[in-house]
Design a protein around this ligand. Structure first.
Ligand SMILES: *Cc1c(COP(=O)(O)O)cnc(C)c1O
Length: 439
């Protein structure tokens, strides 16, 4: 399978090269040159298979040509010691819980697969690399946790001193081994700027084989398609006839992965792009115009994205044609107030606590459902809403909205007693450079 830049078809790469590069050299994102046909593979996956089986079959069909038979299965086995769970809320409505991984959010799937895939590639080439990332909290912990224990990869993670939550700091600083946390006396933007400087520093780059692991990396995107395949296969046959996925979205990686799965032959009737008031994509679907802006703060803050980077990949799928995108994707938004109401409603109706991101999805689903409802004779719609984070990660918002206590998940509770280990650096590039060259 080959990948080309969303900005130029002349720039192409295999999977291994694409994941080590991250971004295409022209600043575009790697995207399948031709979407493969996996309908035959999916047809064999119906009924009660595990997530690992769905992931291994899909990954093998995508990658074994390039990486050799068995490589995809090894990557999947190394990456996933956790699974999604499909929960029926009522007839025709399911939650796909993606928060049973080590940091309790769906980003664990992408980060774990990327780490395992990089390890496989580097081991085969008998070399090593250094992943350098700046984080304002959450994404960094999924990445650090995913790469922890890799033999061929060191991780250096920069975070702004005093500006991440105590729990997030524990997530970043208690891993040890091949993960080094640098506590920077500066803001998140300054951390990001330091990382950018390091990436254009030729000596540093080549001596450390620097690479990145950010969310636009193809190695984080492709594995997110696996849980769409798994969810479809786990449904009862009758519920598969007219299937929609509703995806709480910010940078639109999750939704793009679902759209890829559909392009590869997964029988999906449509998608719902659910956003908070950062609604640039729903507005595009209404008006045909893409007008990105600065991000606005909300209580579903992992979706506070004013200019979603994966929109380029969606444009590549739909040929920049709003009508074509509209035929497959509907959009909807929820305000903070509606999000809180949804948390309360779901708790009252189902006794279930949900996080604010998932609540955006369920709120939009409820509003759009009449549009999906079947005309006489056609099958009733099934909607699977992606539940992207554990409610315990947003304890305060959720318990206040639902009027019920929320428990922190056990894996996060266990962090409280662990000891922090970080290297404190002033915000200068010289300090970072010296540290990296000497360790
Ligand atoms: C990152 C994130 C999202 C948004 O996902 P995208 O792929 O960026 O659209 C939604 N919910 C949670 C909890 C997240 O962490």
């Amino acid at each position: 399978m080959r990948f080309v830049s969303t900005r130029s078809k002349d720039i192409s790469a295999g999977f291994s090269e694409a994941i080590l590069k991250g971004l295409a050299p022209d600043g575009g994102l790697f995207h399948p040159a031709v979407q493969p046909d996996l309908a035959g593979v999916f047809a064999n996956l119906k009924g009660g298979i595990s997530f690992s089986e769905a992931a291994a079959a899909t990954a093998a069909a995508l990658l074994d040509d390039e990486m050799g038979a068995g490589a995809a299965a090894r990557i999947v086995e190394r990456a996933f010691d956790f699974s999604p769970r499909l929960r029926e809320l009522r007839e025709g409505l399911y939650l796909l819980e993606l928060f049973h991984g080590p940091t309790c959010a769906f980003k664990d799937f992408g980060a774990s697969f990327l780490a395992a895939a990089m390890e496989e590639v580097l081991a085969a080439e008998e070399r090593s690399a250094t992943v350098l990332v700046a984080t304002s909290g959450d994404t960094g912990s999924a990445v650090a946790r995913a790469f922890h224990g890799c033999n061929h990869i060191r991780v250096v993670i920069l975070y702004p001193s005093g500006r991440v939550s105590p729990l997030q700091e524990k997530q970043l600083t208690t891993l040890g081994g091949n993960v080094t946390a640098l506590e920077i006396q500066g803001s998140f933007d300054e951390c990001q700027h330091l990382v950018k400087q390091a990436f254009v520093d030729e000596e540093l780059r080549s001596r450390l084989s620097l690479t990145s692991a950010n969310s636009i990396n193809l190695g984080r995107l492709l594995p997110q398609a696996f849980y769409y395949v798994f969810a479809w296969s786990a449904l009862p046959a009758g519920a598969r006839k007219k299937l929609y996925f509703c995806v709480p979205s910010g940078n639109f990686g999750n939704l793009t992965a679902g759209v890829y799965a559909w392009q590869w032959g997964l029988p999906v009737a449509g998608f719902i792009a659910a956003t908070n008031r950062n609604d640039v994509v729903p507005r595009y679907l209404e008006s045909g115009r893409f007008t990105p802006g600065p991000s606005l703060e909300t209580i579903s803050n992992a979706m506070d994205v004013g200019n979603p980077s994966n929109f380029e990949r969606l444009q590549a799928v739909f040929g920049k044609d709003p009508a074509a995108m509209r035929a497959m994707i509907r959009g909807g938004r929820a305000s903070d107030e509606q999000t809180r109401d949804e948390i309360a409603r779901v708790y009252a109706e189902h006794g279930l606590l949900i996080d604010p991101h998932t609540a955006v999805g369920l709120c939009v689903e409820r509003r759009l459902r009449p549009q999906l409802a079947s005309s006489a004779g056609s099958p009733a719609p099934t909607v699977i809403v992606l539940a992207t984070a554990h409610p315990g990660k947003f304890e305060e918002i959720v318990s206040r909205a639902a009027g019920a206590p929320v428990e922190l998940p056990a894996v996060l509770r266990a962090l409280r007693t662990k000891r922090k280990a970080a290297v404190l650096l002033d915000g200068s590039y010289a300090a970072l450079r010296n540290f990296l060259l000497s360790f």
